[in-house]
Design a protein around this ligand. Structure first.
Ligand code: FAD
Ligand code: NAI
Length: 507
């Protein structure tokens, strides 16, 4: 009885604490404090991008130290780990978007935001050309923004390796628009396949969903897609239940190369159970509007060409460097050997430049292009810039004190000791350590309410997969969501899709 009373009290108190936390989160979101106006006499700190790197920097940056300007073609932050869930409606797209205005409005000093794409960075003149290609203006509008300090955090674009037909005929999975396009196309294929008088070959083609790239993006999407079919589409349109097929094509000998062998095997066997076909050692060479041509290497090393008709093709073969970054690299001799992005030093300064830093997928710092890395780099830069501002302030105080020492010799001892104290403080602050990445592990959803996790724990690695890992995956990503608002919306979406099923209407 005592045990139950304790349990009841603990639940009751946690419910009160949870509600209070939620209410505070909502209140804080809706009622930002008054902001200081930006101070034009301070240094112009320009941040390019509103993704993981940029937003994590912005979150921790003391904006009163700089005149901060954020430039990005996207006026929101996107929580990419749940993007595959948006392609099937498990999560609605707006639930994983956080307006950049709500982030900048909560800073102490106001931050300027320009919705535009940086098209050129002139490192010599310290000027960025930006292009506002908003629909409302019709034509593109270019202008220049100058900077004293610049952070390039523009991420990466989709790699296509120049394979013919990929750009024209594939869907990608990087932005909200991509997820919306996929969601629409899945239902388009399904509805067209059930249209009157379709030939059996055409039905087979339309219901063949091909995913190219067995990295985490491809695997997570394939899992979500099969779930959508098994849990919803099949129930409403039973006549196609034996015709819907998902095929995952990967050039390497296995999927998820960054995970441990045990989890790769687990993923492959789960896919087999889910009836997802995995074709490894198969590289796509050409894409047309209706077929994928791939070269498969057999166990004897013999190569054969396969032509596969498809209805939906999702291309997820990793990252390529954005044009604006390529152009910047071409201006800097020290970047001539860098292929994957801007080579940075241990303080994330772009090598061969002054006053330019880079974070995330566009920076080459020796880590994988993940959200985890980008957000730690952004947080590091915020600490660095906060420290630099403190250093500047102390140095100018020392200068004033030194001048005072010359003017008022009467106070010499007092002023000297104050200078010494300031110098000591300066040395301590200046001793900022280089960037160090802490890997917390890798997580991926693999469909049918199972996930795999390689978690770093107590200086060791812990590999796990299955239903419990799926609950861990959900709680980890929920806690990582940007705001209380995002968390509430994602939970409601999960409940909604569980209770009523995913929405199969084509918008
Ligand atoms: P991004 O987050 O891509 O942000 C780039 C920003 O720059 C965007 O705001 C963009 O609009 C802006 N921009 C682009 N061009 C310009 C320009 N010319 N001028 C100005 N701004 C520009 N990583 C994980 O660690 N865990 C995961 O579970 C995970 N899941 C993922 C799922 C998917 C589907 C995808 C695609 C990626 C996933 N990742 C995950 C990887 C992770 O999303 C990236 O590593 C991360 O987004 C990189 O952050 P970033 O700031 O460098 O770039
Ligand atoms: P990726 O680079 O991890 O994987 C792409 C895969 O495509 C590779 O395995 C490659 O061999 C294959 N490929 C390339 N060309 C091919 C071709 N012509 N035919 C067949 N296969 C081909 O790319 P992905 O999955 O988009 O991930 C990008 C980054 O984002 C990675 O760093 C990844 O770790 C991170 N990410 C992490 C997630 C997570 O932790 N859950 C989820 C999604 C992405």
């Amino acid at each position: 009885f005592r045990y139950f009373r304790f349990l009841w009290r603990a639940t009751y108190l946690s419910a009160i604490a949870g509600t209070a936390y939620l209410a505070y989160g909502v209140y804080e979101l809706r009622h930002p404090e008054e902001q200081f106006e930006p101070d034009p006499s301070k240094k112009n700190l320009v941040i390019l991008g509103t993704g993981w790197g940029a937003v994590s920097l912005l979150k921790k940056l003391d904006t009163e130290n700089y005149n901060v300007i954020v430039i990005s073609p996207r006026n929101y932050f996107l929580f990419t780990p749940l993007l595959p869930s948006c392609t099937t409606g498990t999560v609605e797209h707006r639930s994983i978007m956080e307006p950049i205005r709500s982030i900048t409005r909560h800073k102490k000093a106001a931050v300027k935001f320009y919705e535009a794409e940086a098209t050129k960075i002139d490192a010599e003149r310290k000027v960025i050309t930006i292009d506002d290609n908003s629909d409302i203006k019709g034509a593109s509008q270019k202008t220049d923004v100058s900077y004293d300090m610049l952070v390039v955090s523009v991420g990466a674009e989709n790699a296509t390796f120049g394979i013919p037909g990929v750009k024209e005929h594939s869907c990608f999975l990087k932005e909200i628009g991509d997820a919306q396009q996929i969601r629409k196309k899945i239902m388009d294929c399904v509805e067209t396949a059930t249209f009157k008088d379709q030939s059996p070959e055409e039905v087979q083609r339309l219901l063949h969903m091909v995913v190219v790239g067995g990295g985490p993006t491809g695997v997570e999407f394939a899992g979500e897609l099969q779930d959508f079919f098994d849990q919803d589409i099949k129930k409403w349109i039973p006549e196609i239940s034996d015709k819907f097929r998902v095929t995952l094509i990967e050039a390497l000998p296995n999927v998820l190369p960054m995970f441990s062998k045990q989890l790769i095997d687990y993923t492959e066997s789960t896919f087999k159970e889910e009836k997802i076909t995995i074709m490894t050692k198969t590289a796509v060479k050409k894409v047309t509007d209706k077929t994928v041509e791939a070269e498969a290497t057999g166990p004897d090393g013999k190569k054969t060409m396969e032509i596969m008709p498809y209805g939906l093709l999702v291309w997820a073969t990793g990252n390529a460097v954005r044009p604006v970054v390529k152009d910047l690299m071409s201006q800097i001799p020290a970047q001539k050997d860098s292929r994957r992005g801007l080579a940075v030093n241990e303080y994330l300064v772009v090598q061969g430049t002054k006053d330019i830093w880079a974070t995330g997928d566009c920076a080459v710092a020796g880590y994988a292009p993940t959200a985890q890395v980008a957000s730690q780099e952004g947080a590091f830069l915020a600490r660095l810039f906060n420290t630099m501002a403190k250093t500047d302030a102390i140095e100018s105080e020392i200068r004033v004190l030194s001048e005072g020492l010359n003017v008022k010799p009467g106070n010499a001892a007092e002023v000297s000791s104050s200078i010494a104290a300031h110098e000591k403080q300066l040395r301590r602050i200046k001793d900022i350590k280089p960037f160090h990445y802490t890997h917390q592990g890798s997580l991926a959803y693999i469909g049918s309410e199972r996930a795999v996790a390689d978690v770093s724990w107590l200086n060791g690695n812990f590999a796990t997969g299955g239903g419990l890992t799926y609950l861990f995956w959900r709680s980890a990503y929920l806690s990582m969501c940007f705001s209380t608002r995002n968390r509430v919306l994602v939970v409601l979406d999960w409940l909604k899709s569980k209770a009523f099923g995913r929405d199969v209407s084509r918008e």
